[in-house]
Design a protein around this ligand. Structure first.
Ligand code: SF4
Length: 175
């Protein structure tokens, strides 16, 4: 069951309408991106570090996509050790944790069709540039779109897990 979403800014517009409007403009921006250079590249994937925030709709989309996948594959990816050495600082013992949906055996995103906005824009917005400098053209409007995105209610995957679990408990306890 989806949690009620708080409305940011304009109370006359529901949060879901705000998301739908945002997603349409995001997808239009993605359609203008220089995506041909990304075909077959996993350069961004090594930067998919846990802890970024997504909207409730993105969380729900990931859950819905996982439900279409073989349970054994889902368990394989979610059961992987996501801790990796910090690139270039291996000798220091510094580590980071990959996104839970990063398939560290196959080096790809397990929920790619349902990936959140930050993953779709990675490499194509000024503050999150292509790490191998293959992208040469940033579409107009990417900064504005990102500013709009961060005004939406966003939480980490784990925070949404907790919110969904709490909502399920409330639902079970309601008369
Ligand atoms: S943005 Fe750069 S690193 Fe990321 S997939 Fe595209 S070409 Fe590869």
């Amino acid at each position: 069951m989806a949690l009620p979403l708080p409305v940011a800014g304009n109370s006359s517009v529901s949060a879901r309408d705000a998301w739908t409007s945002f997603r349409e403009r995001r997808d239009a921006l993605v359609a203008r991106m220089e995506m041909s250079v990304c075909d077959g590249c996993d350069g961004c994937g090594h930067r998919c570090i846990d802890g970024f925030k997504v909207t409730r709709e993105e969380y729900d989309a990931a859950q819905a996509y996982l439900a279409t996948q073989p349970p054994g594959e889902v368990a394989r990816v979610l059961g992987q050790n996501k801790t990796a050495s910090w690139p270039g600082a291996e000798e220091t013992g510094a580590t980071f944790i990959y996104c839970r949906y990063r398939d560290t055996e196959n080096n790809n995103c397990f929920i790619y069709p349902a990936r959140p906005t930050v993953s779709r824009l990675f490499g194509h917005i000024p503050w999150l540039p292509c790490p191998i400098e293959a992208v040469t053209r940033i579409p107009d409007g990417s900064q504005e779109l990102w500013r709009e995105y961060v005004r939406l209610e966003r939480r980490t995957w784990a925070e949404w897990d907790a919110a969904a679990a709490a909502a399920a408990v409330r639902e079970a306890e309601s008369p």
